[in-house]
Design a protein around this ligand. Structure first.
Ligand code: BYC
Ligand code: FE
Ligand code: FE
Length: 472
């Protein structure tokens, strides 16, 4: 059964909100708080309207509706992928039982926690990206930034809907808290580490959308497997939007590398800073930073939390249904990264407790795809230089390697050597100041900043020089 979206309502949705007055009132009372959060913590650059994709329904046509909209009037709606009435649980102790339409009492606290953590990251990223509009390299990029921002706002709505609809008073309180914690705040920071870091420039933004939004893709992929059907259906729909965020990150870094390679080849020099491009070693340092803080987002290599989530049916594996095992894993094992006798090594542990490692591995394999793409660009420019993912032990604050220091090649080093050399591997103040010095706004139609190549394609069949954003 499909419930038609009601566009005339304050909150566009396909969850039959009109039929549940209590829930509708709860969400309508949260909405003004959301809007005042958006005004004070969302995009700072004043705009008249923006060429945005709005989800107006989940059907093939409905979820990609393009038009000029004032961002404040963006229709943040609640959309779940269509329900499969025969859906059964795919893993864990309840494998084979019908998927849950309500929250079982014994799993309430754990499910709420997973939803709150997911919900917390969405507005955090909007806060982190708040000031990027003022230094966008083109109108095309500016539009993509705003598209990502409104969709992260919608992802917050998606989690708040679940909290309001299924978790009673506690859920409503958590929904309030999601607007009160803030990225980087000393008193009330966001929950996960990477979401309290700054995104002060566009190289950071592309690295963030490549590496950190990609964690989102993988975490959503595991929550899409959840036995709790409303969560599963919400995540399935969010993943469609996530594909655009991946595109922004992947092609963003592509274009930075392409421009740098071009300036290097034309001038036969590695030293492109004076020529207004970003030197490859600086790009590598940004990559090292964003990759390593994103690895931390997967939690510890071993975790009883994740084992319990899996067994309970709350959180599955990436591509659970393609795995050729019993989907219970009680008797299986996995090799995980570990410190063994003080050395970086591997250890065999129960498959269930190693599930964070399993997911991180899928993620790492995916990240290699980006690096090989960027290296192809260098290769095509006739350059011998290559970018690399650092070792999993590099710059870690969570998990087995949190207590040690390692070089990007995985060699263990002393704290003193780390202090001495970290500026070779992570962006220094000098690097950041340099990158920031390039961030001058290009808000003129068809123009682009000198440190980045133009995109190959525009948005929705429009050309690069389309007027994607009308500034206020
Ligand atoms: N920072 O047992 P462990 C996205 C905590 S991104 C701070 O190993 P677990 C997006 C942990 O909570 C996707 N604390 O952890 C991207 C635990 O605390 P307690 C977001 C951390 O539970 C871009 C303790 O350390 N979604 O959507 O197995 C833009 C022990 O850890 C961190 C999710 O993450 C950290 N990095 O795994 C917009 C999905 N890591 O229990 C959006 C929901 C761990 O001792 N979350 N801790 O108080 C989860 O599935 C899991 O909670 C985690 C951690 C994967 C995060
Ligand atoms: Fe998101
Ligand atoms: Fe995203």
């Amino acid at each position: 059964m499909t419930i038609a979206s009601d566009y005339t309502e304050k909150i566009p949705n396909n969850v039959g909100l009109a039929g549940d007055r209590r829930l509708q009132r709860a969400l309508e009372s949260w909405q003004p708080d959301f809007l005042s959060w958006w005004e004070s913590m969302g995009p700072a650059l004043p705009t008249r309207d923006v060429y945005l994709r709005t989800a107006v329904n989940v059907g093939r046509e409905g979820w990609a509706h393009f038009d000029f909209v004032p961002m404040r009037d963006y229709r943040w709606g609640i959309f779940l992928a269509e329900r499969d009435p025969g859906r059964r649980i795919g893993f864990g102790a309840h494998k084979g039982e019908p998927a849950w339409q309500k929250v079982p009492g014994e799993y309430r606290a754990d499910l709420q926690r997973l939803i709150v953590i997911q919900g917390d990251t969405e507005p955090a990223s909007v806060e982190q990206q708040r000031n990027l509009g003022a230094c966008a390299p083109s109108l095309y990029d500016l539009r993509n930034l705003f598209q990502v921002n409104v969709e992260e706002g919608r992802h917050l709505w998606a989690m708040v809907y679940l909290l309001h609809a299924y978790f009673g008073r506690e859920g409503r309180e958590e929904a309030e808290e999601l607007l009160h914690r803030n990225s980087g705040s000393a008193e009330a920071p966001r929950i996960l580490g990477a979401f309290n870091e700054e995104t002060p420039d566009w190289l950071s933004f592309y690295m963030f959308t490549y590496f950190t939004d990609r964690d989102g893709k993988y975490q959503l992929g595991t929550l899409k497997e959840s036995a709790f059907d409303p969560l599963s259906r919400t995540c399935e729909f969010m993943l469609k939007e996530e594909a655009h965020h991946m595109m922004v990150g992947t092609t963003g870094v592509d274009r930075v590398v392409e421009r740098t390679a071009q300036v290097m080849a034309e001038n036969d020099t590695d030293d492109v800073a004076a020529l207004g491009a970003i030197p490859l070693p600086v790009i590598q340092k940004y990559l090292n930073f964003h990759y390593s803080v994103s690895l931390d987002l997967f939690g510890g290599e071993t975790s009883t939390n994740v084992a319990n989530y899996y067994t309970a049916g709350l959180k599955g594996r990436w591509m659970e249904d393609r795995r050729k095992d019993d989907h219970r894993l009680a008797d299986d094992s996995i090799m995980v990264d570990a410190l063994v006798d003080g050395k970086i090594d591997y250890l065999e542990v129960a498959a269930l407790t190693g599930l964070n490692t399993d997911l991180r591995r899928e993620y790492i394999a995916d990240c290699r795809g980006g690096v090989s793409r960027w290296n192809k660009i260098l290769d095509s420019a006739g350059l011998p230089h290559r970018l690399k993912l650092p070792h999993a032990a590099f710059n870690r604050k969570v998990g087995a390697f949190a207590g040690i220091e390692a070089a990007p090649d995985g060699e263990m080093i002393s704290a003193a050597e780390w202090e001495r050399r970290k500026g070779e591997w992570l962006p220094t103040d000098v690097d950041k100041t340099f990158v920031r010095s390039l961030m001058r706004p290009v808000h003129e139609r068809g123009k682009i900043a000198a440190w980045i190549a133009p995109p190959r394609n525009g948005i929705n069949g429009k050309p690069f020089d389309y007027d994607y954003v009308h500034l206020a």
